[in-house]
Structures are given as C-alpha cells and as structure tokens.
Design a protein around this ligand. Structure first.
Ligand SMILES: Cc1cc2nc3c(=O)[nH]c(=O)nc-3n(C[C@H](O)[C@H](O)[C@H](O)COP(=O)(O)OP(=O)(O)OC[C@H]3O[C@@H](n4cnc5c(N)ncnc54)[C@H](O)[C@@H]3O)c2cc1C
Length: 393
C-alpha cells in the first residue's frame, strides 16, 4: 500500500481514521528503520513516503545517460529502486556502426557492457525485450515478466523505416544494431569470395555492385568506408577480381546529399564522392527489391547483391503503439520537462520522443547528442519529483 506518494493533507486525513492511522504509523516506522527521509530542501506538501521504483527502458544513449545522471545522485536513504531493461546488455555507440560493417574496427570497440558501469551495485539490470507498456496501469510487460514503476523512462530508440519486401529476399540489410553491422561485413566478404570464383563477368558485376539507399550522414559515411574497405583491404586478398566490375551506388530521393549540411559543404562532399568513383543518384528512389536486383524509379533494373537501407526512421513499435499523442513517425509528444502530457512520472527522450525546439517550432533531430542532453533533464526532473522540488525544462 505504501508505495504511492502522500501529501501532508492526505496524511492528515488518514490520521482522522484509526485504521489508516495504524497503517501510516507502521509504514513510517518501517521507512525510518531503513533510514529513509531525505533531508534536502523538499517542499513538505509534496514529500513522498515509501520506496519508489524508477524503470528505464533501453540501454542506448538516452537510457544509459539517464542511469548515469540519476543513480550516482541518489542518496541511499531515499529508498529508490532503479531498474534498466534492455534487449541488449551493452551500451552501443551506434555512430560507429558503419566502421564495424566495413571492417575498420571490431564490434567490441563500440559496445560497453552495462554491468561494467562502476556503480552497478546501485541498480538492477534485466536483459529482456519490452512487449507492452501500460502507462495508466504503471506496468511494463517484458519477456522476463511484468515490472511495475512509479517513474518510467522511455528510451527505446527508433527502427529503420524499410519497405516491405519479399521475405525470400536476402540481399537487403539495415544498419541499426551490432548484429546488423557484423552481418553486413560478413556478407561483403562473402560476395568477394563468390565473385573470385565467378567466371561470367556479368555475374561478377552483379555480385560486386553495392547499393546504399539514403544519403544522410550515415549513408555518406558508409559508402566512403565501404570504398576504402574494398580498395585498400579486400582487393589485396582477392587478386582474381577485376576492379572494373566493382560499383558503389548511393541512391537519394532528395535533390542533394546530407540535406542539413551547408550548401557549400554539401557540394564539396558530393565532389569528393564522385572523385572516389562512387555513383550518386539524386532524386531517385528504390521502388522495388528483388533477389539479385533492385528497381529504381519504377523502371530501371539494377543487378546488385547488396542493398543497405539507411534511409528513413520510425519510432520503436512499442512506442508507436502507445495510446498517447504521437507524430507521423510514431514518436511520442513530450512537454518541456520531457514528460508525456497526461502521464505524470512518464518521460521519453532520444529517438522515440518528439520534442519541439521552442525557437524554431521544429522537432529536434534524432541524434546521439540530443539523447545525451535530454538524459540530464530527465534524470534531474525525476530527482526533483522524488525530492518534492520543482521540475525544470
Ligand atoms: C548507423 C548510425 C549512425 C549514426 N550516426 C550518428 C552520428 O554520427 N551522430 C549522431 O548524433 N547520431 C548518430 N546516429 C543516431 C544516434 O545513434 C541516435 O540518435 C541515438 O542512438 C538515439 O539514442 P536513443 O537512446 O534514443 O536510442 P538507441 O541508442 O537506439 O537505444 C535504444 C535502446 O533500446 C533497446 N531496445 C529497443 N527495442 C527494445 C525492446 N523492445 N525491448 C528492450 N529493449 C529495446 C535497444 O537495444 C537500445 O539499447 C546514428 C545512428 C545510426 C544507426
């Protein structure tokens, strides 16, 4: 019973009823034995009585940095139980995924085990997949069972908005997880193995055509790293491959690459890509994906054994299905405290939150540094709520 928050007025109402008074005295005795009662400058009418549960979903930039700003700040006598749930038991530095995919670095270089955080004894970690979030019932269903919360942090990130293709198609890849990047690297080496014994030039060309869809930062970084991987590393080991049969193609729907780059810088990058022999197809869309080829702009058939899709984002499906206000890609709308309107104590940040820049009125782009900055705000506001202080934007 004593897991909720009690204002001084509700406590005084309880005092008037003998049964509630007995419960209250037992709870206060129990809490004081645990050494509970924060002695900071709390406002007395919002003081919480009883242990509280903070549940953080996701161990990416948002979740891990909330943990980092929250757990070391908590006083042991505040009686807060912090739990992180994630389907991966490591923090992933996703901005370097393309380097793993192209063999420049090892997967362990961008994954840091959550259980190695040095204040690991002060929070619980559960490796499980989130299956359903019941905001009103304060309950999260996971593959390891249900979990209750008083404060919830939604940091489940985003997924790649990939077109539906025939399930038999094996040549389409995304670059979102560590597993994706290892799959891509192994696939690239695999097609070089096949191409090295392929005698028909047409077949060899199909195997050695690499298509990347989406010329944002990730797409641009990926094609340049891919080119280096092929020309500086792989060709040394596959001498029977004719370099003239290799094609790297970057397909972009917009009329320019990396849309938010300054025009001059964008033009410079474009020139460098062309200089490196990368074919850039602007104002073009991949309209169909088939085993062994893709269709561009509804007509052109391009034989390719590799399509890496890095265009378009959608919110994590567990977030998109929540019964709250969302934007067109399924991200939940948050207020200036990064809280979900109508759900006090529920915060969202990073790629799964739609937060409008008060200056421009535009949503803040989904970036790692955005999630890191928002994590500080979320941790600070959870602490403020626990301590009965005012939240800050
Ligand atoms: C290839 C690539 C390159 C990028 N490059 C840059 C860059 O250069 N600069 C930049 O600022 N940003 C970059 N980004 C974007 C940046 O990585 C994201 O904006 C950032 O990771 C968002 O943080 P997040 O915490 O919201 O989500 P994430 O970091 O994606 O974390 C989501 C977490 O939720 C977990 N999760 C997801 N679903 C479930 C589930 N159902 N159950 C349990 N756990 C789940 C995941 O395992 C993960 O731990 C890049 C992203 C990618 C993919």
């Amino acid at each position: 019973m004593f897991t909720g928050s009690y204002s001084y007025s509700s406590i005084s109402r309880m005092i008037l009823r003998p049964a509630s008074l007995a419960n209250l005295l037992v709870a206060l005795l129990r809490e004081s034995l645990k050494g509970v009662s924060y002695r900071g400058a709390a406002s007395p009418d919002r003081l919480h009585v009883g242990g509280r549960k903070v549940l953080i979903l996701g161990s990416g930039f948002g979740g891990t940095y909330v943990l980092r700003h929250l757990v070391p700040e908590l006083n042991l006598n505040e009686n807060i139980e912090t739990t992180m749930v994630s389907d991966e038991n490591f923090f992933l530095f996703s901005p370097l995924l393309h380097e793993v995919a192209t063999g420049r670095i090892e997967s362990r270089h961008i994954a840091y085990p959550i259980r190695r955080l040095h204040w690991r004894d002060r929070f619980n970690f559960i490796q499980a997949s989130v299956e359903n979030i019941d905001l009103s019932g304060h309950k999260v269903m996971t593959t390891m069972g249900p979990l209750n919360f008083d404060y919830l942090v939604l940091a489940l990130g985003s997924v790649t908005d990939i077109p539906r293709s025939d399930p038999a198609v094996t040549n389409i890849f995304t670059l979102k997880t560590l597993h994706d990047s290892v799959l891509i690297r192994n696939h690239i080496i695999g097609v070089f193995e096949q191409a090295s014994i392929e005698r028909k030039p047409e077949q060899q060309r199909q195997l050695l055509t690499f298509t990347v869809c989406g010329a944002g930062y990730t797409g641009v970084q990926l094609v340049t790293e891919l080119r280096d991987f092929i020309y500086r590393t792989l060709l040394r080991f596959y001498r029977r491959i004719d370099p003239d049969n290799i094609r790297i193609i970057l397909v972009e729907a917009e009329p320019k690459i990396a849309a938010d780059l300054h025009m001059k810088l964008g033009a410079y990058v474009m020139k460098q890509l062309q200089h490196m022999g990368i074919e850039v197809r602007l104002k073009s869309r991949v309209t169909r994906v088939r085993e062994g080829h893709v269709e561009i702009n509804g007509g052109e058939i391009m034989p390719t054994s590799t399509l890496i899709w890095v265009a378009g984002l959608a919110a994590n499906p567990r977030i998109a299905e929540l019964d709250t206000e969302k934007d067109s890609i399924g991200r939940v709308l948050v207020n200036k405290y990064l809280e979900l309107p109508g759900f006090p104590g529920v915060y969202a940040l990073g790629d799964c939150a739609h937060f409008e820049d008060p200056m421009s009125g535009q949503p803040i782009p989904p970036r790692a540094h955005t999630a890191v900055r928002q994590a500080r705000v979320v941790a600070r506001n959870i602490l403020a709520e626990i301590r009965g202080k005012d939240k800050k934007p």
